[in-house]
Design a protein around this ligand. Structure first.
Ligand SMILES: Cc1cc2nc3c(=O)[nH]c(=O)nc-3n(C[C@H](O)[C@H](O)[C@H](O)COP(=O)(O)OP(=O)(O)OC[C@H]3O[C@@H](n4cnc5c(N)ncnc54)[C@H](O)[C@@H]3O)c2cc1C
Length: 355
């Protein structure tokens, strides 16, 4: 059977694995992190009254594609997803004063009832897809018509087909000289922009559970306690910095950044910064599509001759739905090629078909 290795168990890796499995293949998923999910990042905190989890990466997602709609409907039915309808405001600094305006919309927002990371892990579990975690790939090398995967711990394994889903810079590093000439990897450092994230325990805001910032250092703040369906005086707020602020402070110590973001949140919402206690800081080096993201219509890059595919949100316009569409498209292209009896690589023993 064709041995397929998927590097990265975020949404793109999950989608690729689910589709390859449905077509009869048995892909292997590896991830360098301790848990699957990638930027669907949730942290649990024990015995909190206000909320016992918070999302500090992706916050919620939306749906446009019909295939993704079907998955979402099934997951809503199974309790793996839930709707979130926060009271949203927009914040703008005008002539030195912050103006907060209600900004209601009728957009459908989806969250994991126990965080977005739990959604990914529950889907992987339901599809019986195991992920080898804490397996950091260091290099992917073409050798004798197959792929040799070198791990950071010095071990290696072989595969006929590799699907690479880490952010562009990391994928380019894994492929080394093989990355040269791949259009999608022409400007990897500009494919995804940074985002600093801070989670604080602070006061609940009446009538406001999420704020889009139109100016200043922040881009978005959200009340995790509301997401979790809880209430109380102290809520867990995720604060995300604006892309420009994040990029221009890429070397600034996270403690300094946290102070700057908390102070802006407090001023904009007429709270006291001293009432906010830092729960977590995280620097996302590659968060959301940057100025050099490839054309989103491509969805993925695949070379079925050599058995190499590249997928990830950065190839599909960003966002969770983009990551899923990209992973599905990579799987579809591989499946279509191999169903026609096309073999990846040269001189490779065994059939390219499943079974
Ligand atoms: C702060 C922030 C806010 C966001 N907000 C939203 C939002 O509200 N809505 C929305 O739709 N999207 C949002 N996004 C984007 C969303 O999180 C991503 O689009 C999506 O999760 C990307 O999935 P992916 O599988 O393409 O990549 P990732 O989730 O990055 O998955 C890649 C995986 O590869 C693994 N990996 C990397 N290198 C190696 C290696 N060498 N060896 C093994 N494994 C490796 C990583 O550990 C990771 O698990 C946000 C992202 C961030 C960071």
């Amino acid at each position: 059977m064709t041995q397929i290795l998927i590097v990265g168990a975020g949404v793109a890796g999950m989608a690729a694995a689910e589709h390859l499995t449905a077509a009869g293949y048995a892909p292997k998923l590896v991830d360098k992190a301790a848990r699957p999910g990638g930027r669907c990042a949730t942290r649990r905190i024990a015995a909190e009254l206000d909320a016992d989890w918070f999302d500090y990466g992706a916050q919620y997602f939306t749906v446009r594609d019909e295939g993704f709609r079907a998955l979402v409907d099934a997951d809503l039915q199974a309790g793996r997803l839930a709707h979130w309808s926060p009271a949203i405001a927009s914040a703008e600094r005008v002539a030195g004063t912050w103006l907060l305006t209600p900004s209601p919309d009728d957009r459908e927002r989806l969250i994991g009832p126990r965080g977005l990371n739990a959604w990914v892990r529950q889907r992987l579990q339901a599809a019986r897809l195991e992920v080898a975690t804490e397996r950091q790939v260091q290099r992917i090398v073409a050798e004798g018509g197959r792929w040799r995967i070198d791990y950071a711990d010095g071990s290696a394994e072989w595969a006929d087909v590799v699907v690479c889903t880490p952010p562009a810079v990391q994928t380019a590093a894994l492929l080394g000289p093989r990355a040269v000439g791949i259009d999608a990897l022409a400007h990897p450092e500009a494919a995804l922009a940074a985002c600093h994230s801070v989670v604080v325990r602070g006061p609940a805001l009446p009538e406001r559970q999420a704020i889009f910032f139109k100016s200043g250092r922040l881009s978005w703040v959200a009340d995790n306690t509301h997401k979790a369906g809880r209430s109380g005086d102290r809520h867990l707020w995720t604060l995300h910095a604006d892309a420009q602020f994040s990029e221009s402070h890429i070397e600034t110590p996270t403690a300094e950044l946290a102070d700057a973001l908390i102070s802006e949140f407090a001023t904009a919402t007429a709270q006291r910064a001293s009432d906010m206690e830092i729960v977590r800081t995280h620097r996302w080096r590659y968060a959301r599509p940057g100025p050099g993201a490839p054309d989103a219509d491509e969805l993925c890059w695949a070379d079925t001759d050599s058995g190499l595919a590249i997928a990830g949100d950065w190839l599909a316009g960003g966002r969770i739905e983009g990551a899923w569409l990209s992973g599905r498209e990579a799987a579809r292209r591989l499946i279509a090629a191999y169903a026609l009896g096309h073999s990846p690589g040269r001189d490779k023993p065994g059939s390219s078909r499943p079974g």
